[in-house]
Design a protein around this ligand. Structure first.
Ligand code: PXL
Length: 279
């Protein structure tokens, strides 16, 4: 069984980061080690959230792993609390990264044109240095603009998407994936560009509902699929279709929570789709 380490916050309430990564990656048949970077009472969209950075705990944990001789088939990073934590993650990649394992960086920091609460304006600069070490990065359009200096916009023609992906690759990542691409009113898509500069776009139906955690759901699923050996185009299609199916189900639920999607209900869909991919 492949082993992946998920490095991101633990939000006690909010269905994001580790509380998505653990169940999703487990359902995909991967052993998921979870390294929490920050402990939050609830994610940062909740008023009055309480947050404790676990910065001092990270090195002792990973030092123990080194003594145990633990190896990972993939290192997956999401929400990191500060530039200091990014530096620690670079250390983890230096210690645990090999030529064979996958370094998957989701540069979580912003959405809808704005940085998340709590991040300093220079945080994207630090995130750029982490992207340099990645095999795959998965920013949304807002994060991609912050990483490349492109101006944020709501509609994305092919020339814009191509320029965004080329500039992301210039940061040093081998494959760049951008989520939340809107070419027209009816669709929402995910674009991918590989080292050779080949661009492909996977569009899905646009469901006009906004829920938190969908970026984390995409990233966890995509990281899992790549770790299992799916090619990037199939991994993004699987992850995007799973997210859109989950948004549809959540939007129909009269008891839907604004702060997270009903991904628990759609895990069987994911497992069925993954089974078909692996036939
Ligand atoms: O879903 C991204 C995310 C992850 N972790 C924390 C967040 C958010 C988005 O708001 O606040 C703590």
């Amino acid at each position: 069984m492949k082993r992946i380490v998920s490095i991101q916050d633990f939000s006690c309430i909010g269905k994001c980061s580790q509380s998505i990564a653990l169940p999703v990656l487990s359902a995909m048949g991967l052993e998921c080690a979870a390294l929490p970077t920050v402990l939050l009472s609830a994610h940062t969209a909740f008023d009055g959230f309480v947050s404790r950075a676990l910065t001092d705990s990270i090195a002792p944990i990973t030092e123990h792993w080194k003594r145990l001789g633990v190896r990972f088939d993939a290192i997956y990073t999401g929400y990191l609390g500060s530039a200091a934590q990014i530096a620690q993650v670079e250390r983890i990649i230096a210690d645990f990264g090999t030529d064979e394992n996958l370094i998957f960086v989701d540069p979580v920091m912003a959405d809808h044109g704005r940085l998340y609460a709590g991040f300093a304006p220079d945080f994207p600069e630090s995130m750029k240095t982490l992207c340099r070490h990645a095999d795959v990065i998965t920013p949304n359009v807002t994060e991609a603009c912050l990483l490349t200096g492109e101006t944020y916009r709501e509609r994305h023609e092919e020339t814009f998407v191509r320029a965004l992906l080329e500039k992301l690759l210039a940061l040093g990542a081998k494959t760049a994936i951008v989520t939340g691409i809107r070419t027209d009113d009816a669709q929402m898509g995910v674009a991918v560009m590989d080292e050779a500069g080949k661009l492909s776009l996977h569009n899905t139906e646009y469901v006009p509902s906004v829920f938190y955690g969908t970026g984390d759901l995409f990233a966890a699923t995509c990281a899992g699929a790549l770790t299992l050996g799916l090619p990037a185009e199939r991994a993004i299609a699987l992850a995007a279709d799973y997210v859109v199916q989950t948004i549809r189900v959540t939007a129909q639920d009269p008891d839907a929570r604004w702060y997270g999607v009903n991904f628990e209900q759609t895990l069987p869909y994911l497992m069925k789709r993954l089974g078909e991919e692996q036939k």
